[in-house]
Design a protein around this ligand. Structure first.
Ligand code: ZN
Length: 271
């Protein structure tokens, strides 16, 4: 990238920093956007969290995360619905335009049943999303998570689900390079998605990967062509924020100020 104007960082990326610290550090570093993980809102009112962002001139670009639709009984189904409504309310209160959906999966269910429940679960929220003016951003997850994190694993699946649900205004697709870089249909499905793309998450894939959840790399450390995928989403019509989303025990153990400087450098060089 040529400057930091479109850079947003997820609070989880700098996990050792709480919201007031992250807001101060991002702002001082000239990072204009923040992806808010819901845990970072705990312990104070939503208005207070919003004030922290406002005071530092930060734009909330996404609230992460809700979803987890598949259920084994009615109690779980209702709990998932309620939590998604709560997330939409939280996003509206802090001014985040979208909630990122990790769709969920139950290993006890067939992959088809998981996907059916996800589609129904998302469809049940579109009216409320419209009411509070917050978009539901479906994030396909790498298939290694299809057992218990998400049975939605490709951009193509997201496109198919959106065709089925038929709501183009209140649902979008969040493209995270970590989950989709390997997909041979990626280019065609991003073009098919077009204006549906509402988020772009950057990081890298490490070889070897020592932990499938918390060993993501900084852009440029691994094998993902972040810039190439950015160009594909932009060719499809996306021109929004680039959200740096890295879960890395390795980086969390290091000095977070140095890490933040490395994030900026990697963003300019590799995205
Ligand atoms: Zn992501």
């Amino acid at each position: 990238m040529e400057n930091l104007d479109r850079l947003a960082i997820h609070t989880m990326t700098t996990k050792p920093w709480d919201l007031p610290t992250a807001a101060k550090k991002y702002s001082e570093a000239g990072v204009p956007g923040v992806g808010l993980w819901r845990q970072w809102l705990d312990g104070r009112s939503l208005a207070e969290s919003k004030a922290i962002l406002d005071d530092h001139g930060l734009t909330p670009v996404s609230l992460v995360r809700s979803g987890f639709y598949p259920y084994l009984n009615e109690t779980e189904k209702q709990a998932a619905y309620d939590d998604n409504i709560k997330a939409l309310d939280e996003a509206a209160a802090v001014g985040a335009p979208q909630v990122v959906l990790v769709c969920g999966a139950k290993p006890e269910l067939s992959i088809e049943e998981n996907r059916k429940q996800i589609t129904t679960g998302i469809a049940s929220l579109t009216d409320y999303a419209k009411k509070v003016n917050v978009k539901l951003a479906i994030e396909p997850l790498h298939p290694m998570y299809a057992d218990c994190r998400s049975a939605v694993n490709t951009v193509g699946q997201c496109n198919d689900m959106m065709d089925e649900i038929g709501d183009e205004d209140n649902i979008g697709i969040a493209v995270d390079v970590y989950h989709v870089w390997w997909d041979p249909t990626l280019k065609a499905e991003l073009a098919r998605a077009g204006k549906r793309i509402c988020g772009f998450h950057a990081c890298d894939w490490m070889t070897p990967t020592n932990d499938f959840l918390e060993d993501r790399g900084l852009m440029g450390e691994g094998c993902i062509d972040n810039r190439g995928i950015r160009e594909l989403v932009e060719a499809a019509g996306f021109n929004g924020w680039v959200e740096v989303e890295i879960f890395s025990k390795r980086w969390w153990e290091r000095d977070q100020d140095e890490y933040l400087a490395a994030i900026k450098e990697a963003y300019l060089k590799h995205v």
